[in-house]
Ligand binder design. Structure first.
Ligand SMILES: [Zn+2]
Length: 252
C-alpha cells in the first residue's frame, strides 16, 4: 500500500512571499480621514467647500500623501469629490441627489427596523432610548451638532442591530452623506422645532410596540420632511431640478 506522505511544512516555506511594500502612511491616512469626515459632518468644512490640502497637512503635521489618501477614502463614501487639476471639494448634492438619497432611506430603513426587531429588539431599544436622552439634552442647550449626532445614532441603531452585513454595507455607502446633511441642514431647524423630537420619540414607541408597518410609514414621513428641507436649503439656480426633486419626494 502506498502511503502518501503529507508534508507538515507549508509549501510556501520554499517560496516565501515576495517582499511587499508596506504602506506606513495608511493608518495615518485613516486618522486624517476620520478627522476630515467629522469636520464635514459637523460643518467645519461647509458643503461644496474647497478642501485646503496643504493647510490641512500643515495643521495635522503630516505630509500631503496621507491627506490625499484620506481624501480618496472619503471620495468612496461620497463625501468628497475631486476635480482634476482644480482640487478636492466637500460634496454638495443636487436636489435630485437628495431625492435619490431619501428614496434609498425609505427602502432600506424600514427593512433594517424589521430585522433589528427580530434580531436584537432590546439592544435596539436601549440604543434608541439613549439617543432620545442625548437629543433632549442637546435641545436644552440648542446644540445643533450634538442634536444631529444623536439623531444619526438613533437611525444607526437600526442598522447596527439588523444582523445583516450587506444591509450595513449598503447603508455605510450613504451614511456619511446623510449625517452631514442632517447636521448641516436639518438639525439647525430641528432644534427650534419640537415636532422633530416628538417624531423621534414616536419611532421608539412604535418600535417597542412592534408596529413595524406604522414605523415604516413614519420613516417615509420623516425622510420626506427632511428631504424637502434639504432641497430648499440647497436651492440654487436649478429650479427645474428642484421641482423634479420635490415631485419625487412627494411620491415616496
Ligand atoms: Zn431622524
Amino acid at each position: 500500500m502506498n502511503v502518501v506522505k503529507i508534508s507538515t511544512r507549508a509549501s510556501s516555506a520554499k517560496a516565501p512571499l515576495k517582499a511587499m511594500r508596506l504602506q506606513p502612511t495608511n493608518s495615518l491616512a485613516t486618522q486624517v480621514a476620520v478627522r476630515l469626515r467629522q469636520a464635514i459632518i459637523e460643518g467645519e468644512l461647509a458643503l461644496g467647500a474647497l478642501i485646503p490640502e496643504e493647510a490641512l497637512a500643515e495643521s495635522f503635521g503630516v505630509s500631503r500623501t496621507p491627506v490625499r489618501e484620506a481624501i480618496n477614502q472619503l471620495q468612496l463614501q461620497g463625501l468628497v469629490y475631486v476635480r482634476p487639476q482644480v482640487g478636492s471639494f466637500v460634496f454638495r448634492p443636487s436636489a435630485d441627489d437628495v431625492a435619490a438619497l431619501c428614496q434609498f432611506r425609505c427602502v432600506i430603513e424600514p427593512k433594517a427596523a424589521e430585522l433589528a426587531y427580530s434580531n436584537a429588539k432590546f439592544a435596539t431599544v436601549e440604543a434608541m432610548e439613549q439617543s432620545i436622552e442625548s437629543m433632549e439634552s442637546a435641545l436644552a442647550r440648542h446644540d445643533t451638532v450634538s442634536y444631529g449626532h444623536a439623531d444619526t445614532a438613533l437611525h444607526d441603531a437600526l442598522f447596527e442591530n439588523c444582523g445583516n452585513v450587506y444591509l450595513q454595507e449598503a447603508y455605510r455607502l450613504a451614511a456619511g452623506k446623510i449625517a452631514a446633511l442632517r447636521t448641516n441642514l436639518s438639525a439647525p431647524l430641528d432644534v427650534e422645532r419640537p415636532e422633530s423630537f416628538e417624531e423621534h420619540k414616536k419611532f421608539v414607541r412604535l418600535f417597542i410596540k412592534g408596529d413595524l408597518a406604522a414605523f415604516a410609514a413614519l420613516v417615509v414621513e420623516h425622510v420626506r420632511g427632511s428631504g424637502k428641507a434639504y432641497v430648499h436649503a440647497l436651492r440654487s439656480d436649478h429650479d427645474e431640478d428642484l421641482a423634479h426633486a420635490l415631485a419625487r419626494l412627494s411620491d415616496l
